[in-house]
Ligand binder design. Structure first.
Ligand code: SF4
Length: 368
């Protein structure tokens, strides 16, 4: 698995953000911010360690090759001796975790919420401004809009200063108010996509999945505010035994009630967090029962909506629908088991989540 945290040592006491420059400077041409006070240059390499310096800071990283982190933007927490890779320069899968708090308790949540919260906005802002050119940065949680009064100005500032960057923000859309309209409308809609989960057209099923009474109603209100602001919307539905049969009805609902949605992602379950705990009850094996998914896709596409299958290994999907299943699992949590070694479509395939165990897999799976 690709490491997101690196053992680090620094004489500094306070946390700080830095961009790592190895000798090769492979990413120099792609950077848009030029040299900044946040840039540290590689000075010593050897014995499993790399030492970086600038005129005002020093950082030692252990156990990772300097070439692997060249151009990365890291957050250094001196008290814990860790450098968090906030922006990996070679990856298309960089996400800022705004908070671990959430007002919902979804039955399949891959990262169950916690009460504590640490404000990282200043560090995220510094990191975003140092990111390589044309990057799409993810925003996730917990629920990021619990801190919308910081989130919306943060997006505005970064997107104003870096006109090449884009954001994809995951939100349960429970917290938008009409008063947020001016801030939402200000954001460049071609560079901000809101990913919003909707699990069923039946409010009872949706509310039971997210563990919150009244969530469906709040969600439709939030979607209306996003629509009024002109926002770009991606709806997301995790496929589960609780909502699989309802999928065609959901396709009807989405295309008639949320027509401003630019795409709809049907997603497979992630075997971690509550998803692992409730796996036996929730997992719906589309490899042997694709019909409800196919019916939903056909209906939505016939009405002009783009539909995608996220986290669906291509070999588990009938041939006519495989082109809708891109490689969506983030690089750092993706794995390809032995069966993938000779597979002709591996490059464009999600494979499996790192933590997806073979005994809990798809009945139909294997080399194409
Ligand atoms: S065998 Fe592996 S690479 Fe090939 S389609 Fe299945 S999951 Fe993807």
């Amino acid at each position: 698995m690709i490491p997101l945290r690196i053992t680090a040592a620094t004489p500094a006491v306070a946390p700080f953000v830095a961009r790592l420059n190895a000798e090769g400077r492979a990413f120099e041409l792609e950077r848009t911010s030029g040299r900044t006070p946040f840039d540290l240059d590689l000075e010593i390499v050897g014995e499993g360690r790399s030492v970086y310096r600038s005129s005002s800071a020093e950082l030692e990283l252990r156990g990772i090759d300097a070439g692997e982190v060249d151009g990365d933007v890291v957050f250094i927490d001196p008290s814990r001796g860790i450098a968090h890779r906030l922006v990996r320069a070679r990856s298309a899968h960089n996400t800022f975790l705004i908070t671990e708090r959430c007002d919902q308790l979804c039955v399949m949540c891959s990262q169950p919420p916690k009460r504590g919260h640490v404000d990282m906005f200043p560090y995220f802002e510094a990191a975003a401004l140092l990111a390589p050119a044309n990057m799409v940065l993810g925003i996730s949680g917990g629920e990021p809009t619990l801190f919308k009064d910081q989130l919306l100005p943060f997006l505005d500032r970064v997107l104003t200063h870096r006109r090449d960057l884009s954001f994809h923000i995951l939100t349960n859309a429970q917290h938008f108010e009409p008063t947020d309209l001016p801030s939402l409308a200000r954001l460049p809609h071609d560079r901000v996509t809101w990913g919003v989960p909707l699990y069923s057209s039946d409010l009872v099923i949706h509310d039971s999945i997210v563990g919150k009474d009244g969530a469906f109603q709040k969600l439709t209100g939030g979607l209306a505010i996003l629509a009024k602001s002109g926002a770009t919307l991606e709806l997301r539905t995790v496929l589960m035994s609780r909502n699989a049969a309802d999928l065609p009805d959901l396709a009807r609902f989405v295309t008639s009630q949320v027509p401003f949605s630019s795409s709809w992602a049907i997603m497979q379950l992630e075997n971690i967090g509550f998803g692992r705990l409730n796996w036996n009850e929730l997992f719906f094996d589309h490899s042997v029962q694709f019909e409800p998914v196919a019916n939903a896709i056909d209906l939505a596409r016939s009405r002009g909506l783009n539909v995608w299958l996220y986290n669906f290994p291509r070999c588990t999907v009938p041939e006519g629908y495989r082109h809708l299943a891109p490689a969506t699992i983030s690089d750092w949590k993706r794995r390809y088991p032995a069966a993938c070694e000779e597979c002709s479509v591996r490059d464009g395939c999600s494979g499996l989540f790192e933590w997806h165990t073979d005994d809990r897999g798809f009945q139909r799976f294997g080399t194409l």
